[in-house]
Ligand binder design. Sequence first.
Ligand code: NZQ
Ligand code: ZN
Length: 386
Amino acid sequence: MNNFEYYNPTRVVFGTDTYAQISNKIEQITAGKRVMVTYGGGSIKKNGVYDAVMDSLKDFDVVEFSGIEANPEYDTLMKAVEMLKKNPVDFVIAIGGGSVIDGTKFIVSAAKYDGNPWDVLSGKKGCKFEYAIPFGSVLTLPATGSEMNSGAVISNSRLKEKRTMGGPQGFPKFSFLDPTVVKTLPKKQIANGIVDAYMHTLEQYLTYPTDNLLQERIAEGILSTLIEIGPKVLEDPSDYKAASNLMWCATMALNGTLRAGVAYDWSTHMIGHELTALHGIDHARTLAIVMPSLYKVKFENKQEKLIQYGQRIFGLEGSCGEEAINRTRTFFESLGIQTKLSDYTDDYKETAGTIRKRFEERGWEGLGERKDLTPAEAEKIVQMSI
Ligand code: NZQ
Ligand code: ZN
């Protein structure tokens, strides 16, 4: 087992009829009464989440910032940063999916940063976020795990860039997880959530054996649970048993637990982010596009775990690595997620070469668990995914 340090300070409040506790949770963190509420395009006003949260905040002085889009935009978020620099608040609450929560992580960090926040996102040497206004979240879409981790992904469509950020300041102080929010999600978003959580698990599992038997079993537990309940949530989003299991799987898939003591990959995500930046494809769908080709190109590296995965998750026998990849693709397609780049865009001729060039410019010479996935291989993977 690899050495590791494990820390997660986010308090999770899971279950139904809990939003009335939000005010109390804020009071445990700050005596201040000024709160900013952030949200997206308004789904929370249709499904009652906004009203329930506002009810709990009735004794606070609340300002709102809405309009955070899917794949949160740097320019939009900077407007909130300006607001907070002029009129500081004591606490921020993000209500939404990964985009709103990620956007809020950026807002609260950039509001406490003196330099140009884009320098941090673009990886300029020596630039990092260290402080943040304390914030919490009310999750409305099980998918990214952002509600219990410290990472965020921010888009800049002017530059066609999508960049990641992190750091200990990025953990929500608390997150409210009520699985009944799944009821109002479009099926497309439910499918995205299942695939994103599945791929977060695979990125931290399909590497090489590190003798961390417990972490492997936890990962396999999440994968099997998603295969079991995913179709049920799609069929009936008001099935509480299925929805609550999806929500907890998605949180557990990316809250730091799975990565403890194991090797992890993330190259499917890094290539996937480029497909969103270049073509606007939903995050989870980019992963479904990249995954089969990436596992084929890195087959040698991942062979042992692919066989374990095939045997334990799909009940296959013998050297079943390739069949395990095919079964994964079939599972995603059964959820209505297409797995070829050409299913989403006709404008793919330059894509693979552009991604190679971007990785070269950034000095990303070796991605993946062995740091050996080269820009040329990234190009090949994208080419094979068309
Ligand atoms: O804007 P609103 O009106 O809220 O509508 C949203 C949005 O249009 C809607 N929605 C959310 N909850 C709903 C709902 N509609 C009806 N009922 C509800 N209960 O769903 C749409 C998509 O929301 P979004 O937040 O974009 O989806 P998701 O949670 O999949 O987040 C995707 C973003 O998270 C990043 C992705 O790159 C992408 O930008 N990720 C963040 C990660 C992290 N922080 O750890 C890890 C992931 O790998 C991922 O990269
Ligand atoms: Zn993801």
